[in-house]
Design a protein around this ligand. Structure first.
Ligand code: UT7
Length: 367
């Protein structure tokens, strides 16, 4: 049975920064309160011309470059987002088209902030089963578009960004070693974006009732998160026949510094084994775990051979964790430039649209 290794990684974070002081000019809050209760100092907010696919494509191209493989080598793209570009088509298909992944199946996986754990595990299991060789997993958010900037209990928390992993099959042991995925739909109301789906289709009243914004029972989510984070990490470690002594790093979902502190206490681990960057990005939902992981790799914290735990929680309610051995890119003599495929991808996409248009004209005449 092949192993599924993480061989490429990349992130994309929009430049504009929104500080706590900036938010305190919009709602009744202040920097001290936000830092004390959440650990967040600032977050990045997408420009008007940036969408989940825009950020997702940039992160994906970087990940392919690190893995040194072409978009045409990808068999499967799983995109996970709490702020997808549309209800459908999947954001994964928009990314597939823009990067030129001509042989890839592409779908979105909705697991809210736990989405990246679920998606990485699903990609790894597809590789482990032998049905595919190369997968691209992307968590990408422009959640700022769904935030009520008059609601101080939510607008201080979230930020935009994207992160991506390339997973590849290998006979060498390592890569994704175990995973747990859990859910409890009885808590669906605790964290919800109610408007725009089939239950509350967009209408004047859904807009008046602010249904197109994130609604959250912060205290309930806080209690749930502090209960499940440590538990999930422990269960994933047990599945891999490991203990906390065997791992070098834990990369938790970056929602709130205090939640991470509680998980550390539960696991009896020092906080300096946790990768934490919530102060600079806020909660980027599905993108938070890959952004934190990639930063830790790029800073030289996570090294080849390290065993790590990725652990998340979020709306659904959902939570999960996975244990991985970080092995890095597969050594290769070829030098691939995935960014160059974008030009041809655009040409191909335009040609396909033109053909579809002409086919439409032609078939109308036939009728
Ligand atoms: O991906 C998962 C996403 N969600 C989460 O992880 C959220 C988890 N929950 C949390 O992080 C925390 O519950 C919050 C940061 C959202 C809130 O912190 P808290 O310590 O639970 O505060 P609270 O809701 O109990 O509010 C305490 C007080 C209240 O005032 P009173 O009733 O005691 O007078 C709030 O009205 O703080 C007030 N408050 C604020 N004050 C200043 C609430 N939000 C703010 C604010 N600035 N932004």
């Amino acid at each position: 049975m092949p192993y599924a290794h993480i061989t490429g990684w990349g992130i994309s974070v929009p430049e504009p920064v929104l500080t706590n002081d900036d938010i305190s000019k919009m709602v009744d809050t202040n920097d001290e309160w936000i830092r004390e209760r959440t650990g967040i100092r600032e977050r990045h907010i997408a420009r008007e011309d940036q969408f989940p696919s825009t950020l997702g494509v940039e992160a994906a191209i970087k990940a392919l470059k690190v893995a040194n493989i072409a978009p045409t080598d990808i068999d499967l793209i799983i995109c996970t987002s709490s702020s997808p570009e549309y209800i459908w088509p999947p954001t994964a298909c928009l990314i597939q088209d823009q990067i030129g992944a001509t042989k890839a199946g592409a779908f979105d996986l909705q697991g809210v902030c736990t989405g990246f754990i679920y998606a990485t595990n699903m990609a790894a299991q597809s590789i482990r089963s032998g049905s595919i060789k190369n997968a691209l997993v992307i968590g990408t958010e422009t959640l700022s578009r769904f935030i009520n900037w008059k609601d101080r209990s939510t607008c201080i928390l979230f930020g935009d960004g994207a992160g991506a992993f390339v997973l590849q099959a290998s006979d060498n042991p390592g890569g994704i070693l175990s995973a747990v995925m859990r859910s409890d739909g009885s808590g669906a109301d605790s964290l919800i974006l109610p408007g725009g789906g089939s239950r509350f289709p967009a209408s004047e009243s859904t807009i008046h009732e602010n249904k197109h914004y994130v609604h959250m029972d912060g205290k309930a989510v806080f209690r749930f998160a502090t209960r499940v984070m440590g538990q999930a990490a422990k269960e994933a470690l047990e599945k891999a026949n490991m203990t906390t002594d065997d791992i070098q790093w834990i990369v938790p979902h970056q929602a709130n510094y205090r939640i991470i502190e509680t998980a550390a206490k539960y696991l009896k681990m020092p906080l300096d084994k946790f990768v934490i960057n919530v102060e600079r990005y806020g909660n980027t939902s599905t993108a938070s775990i890959p952004i934190a992981t990639v930063e830790a790799v790029e800073k030289g914290m996570i090294k080849n051979g390290d065993k790590i735990v990725l652990v998340g929680f979020g709306g659904g309610l959902t939570w999960g964790a996975l244990v991985a051995e970080w092995t890095g890119p597969v050594p290769s003599k070829r030098n691939v430039h995935p960014e160059q495929y974008r030009f041809f991808a655009r040409l191909r996409s335009l040609a396909r649209r033109a053909i579809r248009y002409l086919e439409g004209l032609f078939s109308r005449r036939e009728l």
